[in-house]
Design a protein around this ligand. Structure first.
Ligand SMILES: *Cc1c(COP(=O)(O)O)cnc(C)c1O
Length: 246
C-alpha cells in the first residue's frame, strides 16, 4: 500500500459527509450537528497534509506522542483541532493536557485528576468526554455503564469531574463492539444516549451535549442514534499501514 491511497482522501471525505447527511436527514436531524473527527493514527504525516488540502481540520489520534509529532510537523495552522481518542496512560496525561484540544477518552477519576492538574499548569480549560463501556466487553476501556441499574454509582465520580476548574465536561464517548454490519451496534449507541439523558437530569451543571460514537463501520447508525462526533479513519484514509519494526 503506497502513499497513492491518500489521493482518494478528498473523494472519500465527501462521500462520508454525504452519508452522514443522508443518515441525519433520515431521522430528522440537521447534518451540521455532526462533526467528523478524521482518525490519522497509524498513518504518516503525509496523510495529514493530504487531508488538510482536502479541507479537513479535525484530527483524532490514539497515542499521545504520535499525535504530537504530527502536530509539530504540521505547525500552528489556523483552525486545526487535535482530538485525543485513545486510552491515556497516567504518564501521558501531561502530554495530553499540554497539546490536545479535546480529550474523548477520560475513563477514570485518577486520569481526570492528573489532566486537571496539568491543564491548570498550562493555563488551559480542556474540553473532555467521559468514555463509557456500554457493552461489557472486557477489552474496552471506559466507565462501567452496560447495566443501567448501576448508573447511579457513576454519579459521585462524575460529579467530582464536573466540578474541576480546568476540565470542561461536554458529553460522552463510546466504542461499540465490532460487528460485520452496523445494525447490531445500534443498541449500544442507544444506551449511551440514554445515559446522556440520565446525566442531563442528575448532573445539570455540565452540558452533556456531545456524543462521540461511530467509526468507519457503523457511523451512519451512530448518527441516527444521536452522535455529534463521529471518529472515522479507514473510510477516509484507507487501511492503516502495517506497523513495521525498525
Ligand atoms: C481507530 C479508532 C477509530 C477509527 O477507526 P476506523 O474503523 O478506522 O474508522 C475510532 N475511534 C477510536 C477510539 C479508534 O481507536
Amino acid at each position: 500500500m503506497g502513499r497513492e491511497q491518500y489521493r482518494a482522501i478528498r473523494a472519500n471525505y465527501q462521500r462520508v459527509l454525504d452519508q452522514i447527511e443522508l443518515a441525519a436527514c433520515s431521522v430528522g436531524r440537521r447534518p451540521e450537528a455532526i462533526r467528523v473527527v478524521v482518525v490519522t493514527k497509524g498513518h504518516p504525516v503525509e496523510a495529514v497534509f493530504e487531508a488538510l488540502s482536502a479541507g479537513i481540520r479535525v484530527f483524532g489520534e490514539n497515542y499521545a506522542e504520535e499525535g504530537v509529532q504530527k502536530m509539530l510537523a504540521v505547525g500552528d495552522e489556523q483552525g486545526i483541532e487535535w482530538h485525543m481518542i485513545g486510552h491515556v496512560q497516567s504518564r501521558k496525561a501531561k502530554l495530553a493536557a499540554q497539546y490536545y484540544d479535546f480529550i474523548h477518552s477520560v475513563d477514570s477519576l485518577k486520569l481526570a485528576e492528573r489532566l486537571e492538574r496539568f491543564a491548570a499548569e498550562f493555563g488551559r480549560r480542556t474540553p473532555i468526554l467521559l468514555e463509557c463501556n456500554v457493552s461489557g466487553e472486557a477489552s474496552k476501556f471506559g466507565w462501567t455503564a452496560w447495566d443501567e441499574a448501576h448508573w447511579e454509582d457513576l454519579l459521585p465520580n462524575f460529579e467530582q469531574i464536573v466540578a474541576m476548574d480546568h476540565l470542561e465536561v461536554c458529553g460522552l464517548m463510546t466504542m461499540a463492539p465490532y460487528f460485520d454490519d452496523p445494525e447490531p451496534a445500534r443498541p449500544y449507541f442507544r444506551r449511551l444516549r440514554r445515559l446522556q439523558e440520565f446525566l442531563m437530569q442528575r448532573l445539570p451543571d455540565a452540558s452533556w451535549n456531545e456524543l462521540s460514537m461511530g467509526m468507519s463501520g457503523d457511523f451512519q447508525v451512530a448518527v441516527q442514534e444521536g452522535a455529534t462526533l463521529v471518529r472515522i479513519g479507514t473510510a477516509i484514509l484507507g487501511p492503516r499501514p502495517e506497523i513495521t519494526e525498525t
